[in-house]
Write a protein that binds this ligand. Structure first.
Ligand code: THU
Length: 137
């Protein structure tokens, strides 16, 4: 269960990160903050590129930072945008890899919590490791 304290802290960290987004092409800044089971928080921002498809979303930056530091279990991720946009399909799949129960907090720039969901809510019938095992039979 996510406490109110962590809820506010994650949204605050995602708001702070939002300021550092590198989004000169879309001008759609995104900030994310990911809480691990060990109590650490990794933030992320979207990082765009003049070669547009090379852009990486804020959520994936946060997950990849955490995983590269040895963290693989996540309690929650907060995502802040100007209008409360939800994670894209690719980010849903990357989050699903590390747990369908991770809580996803969607907030706006003012820090208003607009949606509180799980990865399973966002990606029903997710493809995962178990599907690969089934394919081997
Ligand atoms: N973006 C994210 O960072 N996360 C999402 O889940 C949705 C999209 C970024 C990618 C791009 O830099 C900008 O938002 C517009 O698509």
């Amino acid at each position: 269960m996510l406490t109110d304290e962590f809820r506010s802290l994650l949204i605050q960290k995602a708001q702070d990160a939002w300021q550092r987004a590198y989004a000169p092409y879309s001008t759609y800044a995104v900030g994310a903050a990911l809480l691990t089971d060990t109590g650490k928080i990794y933030d992320g921002v979207n990082i765009e590129n003049a070669v547009y498809p090379l852009t990486v979303c804020a959520e994936r930056v946060a997950v990849f930072k955490a995983v590269s530091e040895g963290e693989r279990s996540f309690r929650a991720i907060a995502v802040v945008t100007r209008n409360g946009g939800t994670p894209c399909g690719a980010c849903r799949q990357v989050l699903a890899e590390f747990g369908l129960d991770t809580v996803v907090l969607i907030a706006d720039l003012q820090g208003n919590l607009l949606h509180e969901l799980t990865v399973a809510d966002l990606l029903p019938h997710a493809f995962g490791e178990a599907d690969l095992d089934a394919a081997r039979d």
